[in-house]
Design a binder for this molecule. Sequence first.
Ligand SMILES: Cc1cc2nc3c(=O)[nH]c(=O)nc-3n(C[C@H](O)[C@H](O)[C@H](O)COP(=O)(O)OP(=O)(O)OC[C@H]3O[C@@H](n4cnc5c(N)ncnc54)[C@H](O)[C@@H]3O)c2cc1C
Length: 564
Amino acid sequence: MPAHDVLIIGAGLAGQRAALAAAEAGASVAIMSKVHPVRSHSVAAAGGINAAIAIDDDWTEHAYDTVKGSDYLGDQDAIEIMCSEAPGEAMHLEHMGVTFHRNEKGELDLRAFGGASKKRTAYVADITGQAILHVLYEQLMRYHESVDRYEEWFATSLIVDAGGHCAGAVARDVRTGAMEIFDAKSVILASGGNGQCYKPTTNALICTGDGIAQAYRVGAPIMDMEMVQYHPTTLAENGFLITEGARGEGAHLLNSEGRRFMEDYAPSKMELASRDVVSRAEQTEINEGRGVGADGQGIYLDITVVARKRVLEALREIVNIGRDFAGTDITREPIMIRPGQHYIMGGVKTDVDGQTPITGLYAAGEVACVSVHGGNRLGANSLLDTLIFGRRSGEHAAARGKELPMPHAPVSRLSEDVERIEAIIAREHGGRRISEIKDELGTTMNEYVAVYREEDGLQKAHEIVHRLKEEAEAAYVDDRGTVFNQDVLGAIELGYMLDCAEATVVAAIERKESRGAQFRIDYPERNDEEWLKHIDITRGPDGEPEISYSPVTITKWQPEVRKY
Ligand SMILES: Cc1cc2nc3c(=O)[nH]c(=O)nc-3n(C[C@H](O)[C@H](O)[C@H](O)COP(=O)(O)OP(=O)(O)OC[C@H]3O[C@@H](n4cnc5c(N)ncnc54)[C@H](O)[C@@H]3O)c2cc1C
């Protein structure tokens, strides 16, 4: 039975950074991923990572922009830590081998990003996530004696002992179907977000909220779940992302009249206002009949105003995406985009060292809610979040492990999960297919829990999610084998997604105001008096979500009217 000081579930940027930090601190580490680590969703990250490294910049300006971007829901102690540690982390990445773009003088080049008062986004063309992920993977190889990799292993549940401490996890080898208990003094969830609750989404198929639901099921609170980011530039047909780097390089947004409509919504920042503001502006243009395309449901992103040479050098990936997935040469003609689901600001509630209220259980990256993004994440702040809080979690968990004996979970914990999976495989044909339920979930969330929300729609979404939860209990799988049985894993993931979606809908109904990504047509104003607080959700004894509140930490920046 594998036993480690630190078990890390997830091998994207948060997980690999946590593993490196824990190994450097002398811990024995297991890092597990349901797909090969370099196929983690982080590999898709495009535009860059924020750090106040320019001579005329300062981390306090980065922190202020982040607080304002969050619509004052972000916790300012955590934001201060993230922004003050950013320059050191970016330099560390460079020294480890990340080939950040340099300007003609040989200095690190920085590009503009939304909601930022300075150019502060370091980048590797538009493949920044891939560049960082591969370097971390290589660096981890140096610790092959203390880091065990479990690639293509799927964690099925967390183990919490009788004293309420997290003591490991149960997992299944995707290749063979074998199941094991992983004992661990600490577990770090680094298992990413739950974008697959929406259809379309920019997120990879693996973003099914596993860690959020697993933590929730063992009693950890999840927070800010109503805050779901719609990115302003996703391909209208299929949800593929066109990086904010395009607007950072100077691209324009145009309505059917050929006008840069952002001057009506954010006259000083224009296309580089924060994402919630730009997505709402686009949706308003579409709703008021100024959209483009055959159905009027799109907006033009005009990248032809950026020099072709620069586009081919700094945005080469979206040249390919435009050509392959929209049949558009973005260097010669505008491309049709619209707002699409992209990121989950909420997640497992943690402190600034990644600790959840369950001792021994940590979370970092998109699975977690520290909360540095509050109501709206600034572009290029997620990679930063994964690395800073991944590292801090790894360091903290390693230090904690030095004091503790190795726990040993009873074998009955293994049989519980084995039986659960066997019961799924044994279901009779007759119910709905997993894929049908997932499809209905995605389109429901995208219809009612999107850029604009209101009570009736949210209640309808709530009813549908409830029904889908019941249907999921009876949904059948076709594959009854053990080797790469993605069908049965899909059934488990569907359960996770439904838990996450339920929490999102319940929190969106609860928050009766408009702040950040939550815009309620029926409560269009921000209401600091009643709602400057986090919504926390825990699983009640009957399995239903229970709501409580926690305060927003304010250090330096009092809430102000938010304008761009
Ligand atoms: C197209 C795109 C472009 C983006 N560009 C940027 C950008 O330029 N800058 C920026 O800051 N942010 C960007 N983002 C956001 C950013 O990429 C993500 O928020 C971030 O990479 C999440 O990293 P993570 O380590 O938390 O999780 P992930 O990279 O999603 O990794 C999750 C890991 O958990 C594993 N896992 C999940 N469930 C299980 C399970 N049950 N058992 C075992 N393993 C499991 C997965 O296999 C994976 O290894 C972008 C997002 C998208 C979609």
